[in-house]
Design a protein around this ligand. Structure first.
Ligand SMILES: *[C@@H]1O[C@H](CO)[C@@H](O)[C@H](O)[C@H]1NC(C)=O
Ligand SMILES: *[C@@H]1O[C@H](CO)[C@@H](O)[C@H](O)[C@H]1NC(C)=O
Ligand SMILES: *[C@@H]1O[C@H](CO)[C@@H](O)[C@H](O)[C@H]1NC(C)=O
Ligand SMILES: *[C@@H]1O[C@H](CO)[C@@H](O)[C@H](O)[C@H]1NC(C)=O
Ligand SMILES: *[C@@H]1O[C@H](CO)[C@@H](O)[C@H](O)[C@H]1NC(C)=O
Ligand SMILES: *[C@@H]1O[C@H](CO)[C@@H](O)[C@H](O)[C@H]1NC(C)=O
Length: 653
């Protein structure tokens, strides 16, 4: 593409972004207006709560939440979690994140499909709009999309591709049936946009309807009473007042119409209504004015709240239609109502790894068996073996027994004395795991594919996943000695540094132990599989120097654990908010129980009634890391958005 063309494309895109025309996407600038984001969130909360209420009735546990517009993410998550074990800390992170993805892709329709009438029910495109909602995408197209890495789940490119390639409720249902909830949410957000726009852009509300137009989500029903192409629908607004601009004949006959909209041209068929607003050129042509109810300041702004309320109910009906097709369990997964984590292992299967494989098996079986049937049961299992020259296949399943069988089937063989395809295996896991997963890599060999380092770093950033390495038998000396030209398999300090760098980039750890001690270090895997785990503090000092670090403990934090990795010469002391101090020489003191394995010191903190500023003082001149985690219902989630100016002034992902 030449530079000029590229600039034109950019300018057009900016124009489109500026002139969105629908319920405002994310933020309301017009006083008390309801946005696509509000509508989507309200509908998701209502439908999720209804499904939980039904499940509670079926299973005979109590459900006392009143389902109305005052629902919040926290209230619904809590009410849905009352299955018995309600003592554990609740996290709403997954639910919040899923809802956000849905309203961000909802809002993106105004950018990606700004010029498509059907996506907004503009220009009386009722059949086209209904197709956007209900149409199916060929299964083949979907398969192609699934080849696109999910690691881009939060990136514009992936979302853009999904929006272009996957269409309609049909695609939502089939994605969910294949347990591809990420793609399901993206398409659902998009479908919701079009459905919601109908109530703002058509005269459905003006016709006096009090319930949603059911035929819009039912492809087999005919759309009746549409105003024909030559039927006039509007007259001039008088002195800017559009309250009575719909023609009385049209209203009496109960004919359905929607406003014409165009950014560039004022052309529209004779006698037809416009959308209205300063960016709609057609609204300046006879008949002047518009009928949109996008916000309280629109042409029909007095009906804005009625339109928004109907759009909520219509979205609830759409969600019910999806629930009927996929069942309660998968529906709740689609909504993101899941507490649990994904258990994800990347395992070296070369000759010397049989002890490590046995340990990976033991710890995963322990997690599976202790959590089965509870709300902490992992929501999915991912296993990627790697060897040399091969890696994979990836096993991704929600069935714990399939995962057990797969890990049972791993055997250590081959490889010998050359480095292995570790990063290729990790890449596969990062692309398949849902964002913010924690991935554990087991290996005792250097990576042969170190050239993938920058790719892996980018993947880590876009997926927000955490990678922790369980490295066995790293040589203590800086240099690997080669025996008669044969490269020994063991990892040098330099080899291990690659893994440390990746762990650090992701917020994970590089744990270095002997094979004999591995089973003591895998408690970090069990720690991370608890519910509502949050990172309170993390730092890497490289090159290491003595330093003091402080972190705040608040009343929401439970079960706090601190990890310090570094050479065995490292010493430290920890001081609580009340001034109590414990040094690294005390394995069991007033503040913590300390266990040391390889380069890892794990401190199980006793932070009860000790809220405030804690301090860790580390004394080491070699590289080290400090990480403090806990369980809390308070967490931090973020999305990177771009501001744009113009009519509404809004943000897009
Ligand atoms: C905002 O709109 C809602 C209806 O959705 C209404 O109940 C509420 O009173 C309004 N608030 C203000 C400040 O106008
Ligand atoms: C803290 O962890 C222990 C075991 O690791 C667990 O039994 C307990 O339920 C946890 N506490 C909370 C509040 O989740
Ligand atoms: C509508 O308003 C325009 C501009 O004021 C005027 O030219 C046109 O004649 C009006 N149409 C009718 C039917 O009154
Ligand atoms: C939406 O549905 C609820 C529950 O069915 C109902 O109470 C409410 O009146 C409906 N709102 C509109 C605007 O139809
Ligand atoms: C850490 O804190 C202690 C006590 O407050 C102080 O003596 C020491 O100098 C500090 N060390 C560094 C590196 O700041
Ligand atoms: C923490 O405080 C509560 C209430 O003040 C008390 O019941 C509990 O025993 C305290 N726990 C510890 C470990 O001191």
């Amino acid at each position: 593409m030449s530079q000029t063309v590229r600039m034109v494309v950019l300018v057009v895109l900016l124009l489109l972004v500026d002139h969105t025309h629908s319920f405002q996407p994310l933020f309301s600038s017009k006083g008390n207006s309801t946005t696509h984001r509000d509508i989507t969130q309200r509908a998701v909360l209502i439908k999720t709560a209804q499904v939980c209420r039904d499940i509670a009735a079926e299973e005979g546990w109590g459900f006392s939440l009143t389902i109305d517009d005052s629902l919040t993410v926290e209230k619904v998550q809590r009410a849905c979690s009352s299955t018995g074990t309600s003592t554990s800390v609740l996290s709403t992170v997954r639910y919040q994140t899923s809802i956000a993805i849905m309203y961000f892709t909802n809002a993106l329709v105004d950018v990606v499909f700004a010029l498509s009438e059907e996506h907004h029910f503009d220009d009386e495109t009722f059949t086209g709009g209904r197709d956007v909602i209900t149409a199916g995408t060929a299964v083949k197209t979907q398969r192609t999309l699934y080849l696109f890495p999910q690691f881009l789940m939060n990136s514009f490119t992936y979302i853009y591709l999904c929006l272009l390639m996957l269409k309609g409720v049909f695609a939502v249902k089939s994605s969910v049936k294949q347990e591809n909830y990420g793609a399901g949410r993206l398409v659902l957000g998009q479908v919701c946009h079009t459905l919601q726009d109908f109530y703002s852009h058509s005269n459905w509300v003006e016709l006096g309807n009090k319930s949603p137009y059911a035929a819009l989500i039912k492809p087999d029903q005919t759309l009746e009473n549409l105003a024909g192409p030559s039927v006039p629908t509007c007259r001039n607004c008088t002195d800017g007042n559009c309250e009575n601009n719909l023609l009385p004949d049209l209203q009496q006959q109960g004919l359905l119409t929607s406003g014409y909209f165009n950014l560039f041209s004022s052309e529209k068929p004779a006698g037809k209504c416009s959308h209205g607003g300063s960016f709609d050129k057609t609204s300046r042509k006879d008949p002047i004015g518009g009928i949109s109810k996008d916000d309280t300041g629109s042409s029909h702004g007095s009906l804005h709240h009625q339109a928004a309320d109907l759009a909520v109910n219509a979205t609830v009906e759409l969600l019910e239609d999806i629930r009927l097709a996929v069942g309660n369990k998968k529906f709740l997964q689609l909504m993101g109502l899941s507490q649990s984590t994904v258990l994800c292992f990347v395992i070296d299967t070369t000759g010397s790894m049989s002890d490590d494989i046995a340990e990976a098996k033991r710890v995963s079986f322990e997690i599976i068996d202790s959590k089965r049937g509870t709300q902490q049961e992992p929501s999915a299992y991912i296993l990627v073996p790697f060897n040399d020259p091969g890696f994979g296949p990836l096993v991704m399943t929600t069935n714990a027994d399939i995962f057990k069988d797969s890990i049972n089937a791993l055997t250590a063989s081959g490889g010998g004395d050359i480095p292995e395809m570790c990063l290729s295996g990790l890449q596969l896991a990062l692309t398949a795991a849902p964002s913010t997963s924690e991935i554990f890599v087991f290996t005792d060999a250097p990576a042969k594919d170190a050239h993938l380092k920058s790719t892996i770093t980018a993947l880590i950033e876009s997926s927000k996943s955490v990678v922790t390495f369980m490295l066995t038998d790293v040589l203590a000396s800086r240099r690997r000695r080669s025996l008669q030209g044969v490269r020994p398999r063991a990892m040098s300090q330099a080899d291990a540094q690659l893994y440390r760098d990746l762990a650090r980039a992701s917020g994970g750890q590089a744990i270095e132990v002997t094979k004999d001690d591995l089973s003591k270090a895998t408690t970090v895997i069990e720690d991370s599989s608890a519910s509502a785990v949050v990172t309170v503090f993390q730092v890497v000092s490289n090159p290491g120097k003595p330093d003091n670090f402080s972190f705040t403990v608040d009343g929401s934090l439970k079960n706090m654990t601190a990890y310090i990795t570094g050479k065995s010469s490292l010493t430290f002391s920890i001081t609580s908010a009340t001034g109590v101090t414990q040094s690294s020489s005390e394995s069991s003191g007033p503040l913590a129980t300390l266990t040391t394995t390889g380069n890892l010191r794990r401190l199980s903190l006793n932070a009860e009634n000790q809220t405030g500023l804690w301090e860790i003082s580390v004394n080491s001149n070699d590289p080290y890391s400090v990480k403090v985690i806990g369980q809390s219902s308070v967490n931090f989630i973020y999305n990177l958005v771009e501001a744009h100016e113009g009519a509404h002034g809004d943000y897009s992902l």
